[in-house]
Design a binder for this molecule. Structure first.
Ligand SMILES: C[S@@+](CC[C@H](N)C(=O)[O-])C[C@H]1O[C@@H](n2cnc3c(N)ncnc32)[C@H](O)[C@@H]1O
Length: 312
């Protein structure tokens, strides 16, 4: 069963789908740093380029389309412009439509931020559903939190939209059920000496952190003027803005002091396998890439159910 991975980033969706037996025949993204990480990990290189320039003939035939399309235009943290986004980003959904319309794969999986659901008073998601259904797809959606569906201690709520051409497959598909969270943040922290550059000790922010960052089983965030503690003992949502310098990366206390998570730890909180390699590029790129990516165990569970639904 073949799939394509649009807005592939560093291949989080691809990793989840391949783990349950799907075969990836095409991946695209226009971020050259994501391509460095991607190509280091997969034998089929990513096609680098703007999706709007990708021709239908460039895409081989496939059974499932996957796409974690960019979330900025739909997210409260972003510009709140949705389809009206001036630089055209909001319109990338219509490239998905363009490809589905021509290639008519058996199914698709789209992933986005949770507030796609309420964006523009629900109009955005309504338009998305109308477009997909007008192509003949039966469509369903669910919001899954990594804590509840991925057995990973990261609070990450994402909307998953699935569609099937055949009624029978649609009826057979179900979203994964909740599972118990057994992993703790310590399962995601690196078990080795951490480079000094990640520590705040002796750095100007230390004074502002030291009275609040006091527990070893808690993940904290610096919110411009104050420390926010995650009271449920999990990691807050990893986001692309971790790559924007400053202090956006979640903070912990360990035996050596107060520090930010390393890129590898961010990979762990997203459930990337230990064998996933990190290239020698600036940490800011890696933080952005893992914040932009997906929780692999959740993708894997959704992919497994799509696989089952499509297999007669
Ligand atoms: C939310 S991320 C998806 C990450 C991916 N699911 C992963 O596991 O890493 C969205 C991606 O869309 C890419 N993107 C944004 N606009 C694009 C465009 N016009 N053409 C191709 N890719 C684009 C970004 O570079 C980014 O990697």
């Amino acid at each position: 069963m073949k799939f394509i991975d649009l807005f592939a980033g560093i291949g989080g969706i691809k990793t989840g789908f391949e783990k349950v037996g799907f075969d990836c025949v095409f991946s695209n993204d226009f971020d050259k740093n994501a391509k460095i990480t991607f190509d280091l990990n997969f034998s089929n290189p990513m096609v680098l380029g703007d999706i709007q320039e990708i021709k239908l003939d460039d895409i081989p035939n496939f059974d499932v389309l996957c796409g974690g399309f960019p979330c900025q235009p739909f997210s409260i943290a972003g510009y709140r412009q949705g389809f009206k986004d001036e630089d055209g980003r909001g319109n990338l959904f219509f490239d998905i439509v363009r490809i589905l319309k021509e290639k008519k794969p058996k199914a698709f999986l789209l992933e986005n931020v949770k507030n796609l659901k309420t964006h523009d008073k629900g109009h955005t998601v309504k338009v998305i559903f109308e477009q997909l259904e007008s192509l003949g797809y039966k469509v369903d959606k669910d919001v899954l939190n990594t804590i509840k569906y991925g057995n990973l201690p990261q609070n990450r709520e994402r909307i998953y939209i699935v569609g099937f051409l055949e009624q029978e497959a649609f009826e057979k598909f179900e979203f994964p059920k909740k599972i118990k969270l057994t992993k703790t943040i310590h399962d995601c922290l690196e078990n080795k000496k951490i480079d000094d550059k990640y520590y705040y000790n002796d750095k100007p922010l230390y004074e502002k952190l030291k009275d609040d960052v006091i527990k070893k089983d808690t993940v904290y965030q610096w919110r411009r003027k104050y420390v926010r503690e995650n009271k449920s003992g999990v990691c807050p949502t990893l986001t692309a803005n971790m790559g924007m310098g400053g202090h956006n990366v979640p903070i912990i206390l360990d035996s050596k002091g107060i520090r930010k998570l390393t890129p590898r730890e961010c990979a762990n909180f997203q459930g990337f396998p230990k064998s996933y390699k990190l290239p020698d590029i600036a940490d800011s790129h890696l933080y952005k890439q893992f914040g932009n990516s997906v929780s692999i165990p959740v993708i894997k569970r959704v992919a497994k159910n799509i696989y089952k639904a499509l297999n007669k």
